[in-house]
Design a protein around this ligand. Structure first.
Ligand code: CP3
Length: 370
């Protein structure tokens, strides 16, 4: 992987070139297909990026991981930046996403986060009682997450100047579910019981998480992210009434307090019953998983918002011709309407062949060219 060098000092202090002739990196980013699609402006081709585009399906990543643990990788800005830039360049996608994890913000709240080999996240001190909730720390100062902001600064200065960088975190519900369950979960028993039997403590916890998220995401933007994504990966376990009462106000608080002008991508899975409510919670771009047809999902969230999605990640295990057909189907559902960002309906799976991912990106670019 290419080495990433420290950001150069701001140049052009000479004052010799007239300001209106400078095509600053900001304009290049603003006019990029990804940013234009976030604003539902017409584009010359459909922008594409893929959730989990940097990860174990890439041999270079696995090589690096033999030497460095996942959390150490997240906490070493130089390496996180290298992984981010490498994945975006190798795939030829239209946006990079900072290498990090949705759960990093729970550490400064007082939770002990670990990633056991092959087992996913594990929290040794999950939040199980009202007293546990009262002990949670407010993320007043996001300095504990400086490594993320530094990775963003390094990545921004190493990326092609017209390639947007996406910052992200877990959304309040998905973070709360990890904090309460202590890891992944099948039925979310502890989370749902806490939510329904102790709503006061639940709302206090969700508010604390949401306040921290506002600071964390805005600091990612200040460090150089052009857009931010909220991953509400597990919110699909809720029914619409629970979502409205226990989740929507908190997600809305986060989204409403993101620095103005920065697009927010709002993503969840298993959300077919929740799409209208997710839209109500907010976001410039609503992520659709593959279980809904893109045209129908877009109709439901409304054409006054952009959508992202929604190829089944398993399609990438088929042959390039098949991948092309499936991508064509999704582009046909989008029907050239401004505001479609092509993505998978969920993250790339670990065993996915890299050449198929590259074939998908090329196919989307070629077939959507106008
Ligand atoms: O998209 C990217 O390339 C940026 C990096 C990124 C990671 N995780 C790196 C990662 C992003 C955007 C995430 C998001 C994330 N993390 C989600 C939401 C996406 C989704 O799938 O809904 C979730 C639920 C997590 C929590 C998490 N992190 C789990 C459940 C796991 C274990 C399962 C798994 O896929 O390994 C992780 C670990 C993780 N996060 C890895 C990577 C590359 C694998 C760690 C390793 O190298 O072993």
């Amino acid at each position: 992987m290419q080495k990433v060098s420290a950001p150069a000092e701001a140049d052009d202090t000479s004052g010799t070139s007239p300001k209106n002739e400078i095509r600053s990196p900001n304009n290049e980013l603003r006019d990029s297909p990804f940013m234009r699609a976030c604003r539902r402006e017409p584009v010359t081709f459909t922008p594409v990026w893929l959730m989990r585009q940097a990860g174990r399906y890439m041999s270079e990543y696995r090589e690096l991981r033999r030497r460095v643990s996942f959390l150490d990788l997240c906490k070493t800005p130089q390496l996180a930046a290298e992984v981010t830039v490498h994945a975006a360049e190798r795939l030829g996608v239209d946006a990079a996403i900072i290498f990090a994890d949705i759960l990093l913000i729970i550490e400064p709240m007082g939770l002990d986060l670990e990633f056991a080999q092959g087992d996913g996240p594990a929290i040794r001190n999950p939040v199980r009682s009202t007293a546990d909730i009262e002990r949670l720390r407010e993320v007043d100062d996001v300095a504990a997450l400086d490594f993320v902001f530094e990775a963003i600064r390094l990545t921004r200065s190493a990326l092609r100047p017209d390639l947007p960088l996406i910052g992200f975190s877990g959304a309040p519900f998905t973070l709360a579910s990890y904090m309460i369950e202590g890891g992944g979960s099948k039925n979310y028993v502890h989370t749902k019981v806490r939510m329904r039997t102790d709503p006061g403590a639940w709302h206090a916890m969700m508010s604390l998480i949401s306040r921290g998220l506002v600071k964390y995401l805005n600091a990612q933007i200040a460090a150089g992210a052009q857009a931010v994504q909220l991953f509400d990966s597990w919110v699909g376990c809720l029914d619409p009434d629970d979502y409205r009462e226990y989740v929507l106000p908190h997600t809305r608080h986060v989204i409403q307090n993101i620095s103005p002008g920065t697009p927010v991508l709002h993503f969840g899975t298993g959300t077919a019953a929740l799409l209208e409510l997710m839209r109500e919670a907010g976001g410039d771009v609503i992520g659709l998983d593959w279980r809904v047809r893109l045209d129908q999902g877009w109709q439901r969230v409304g054409h006054d918002v952009a959508v992202m999605g929604n190829l089944d990640p398993v399609t990438l295990f088929t042959a390039p011709e098949q991948i092309r057909l499936e991508a064509r189907r999704i582009l046909d559902y989008a029907a050239g309407r401004p505001g479609h960002i092509f993505n998978l309906g969920h993250g790339i799976l670990p065993e996915t062949p890299v050449e198929n991912v590259i074939a998908l990106v090329e196919a989307v670019h070629e077939m959507s060219q106008s």
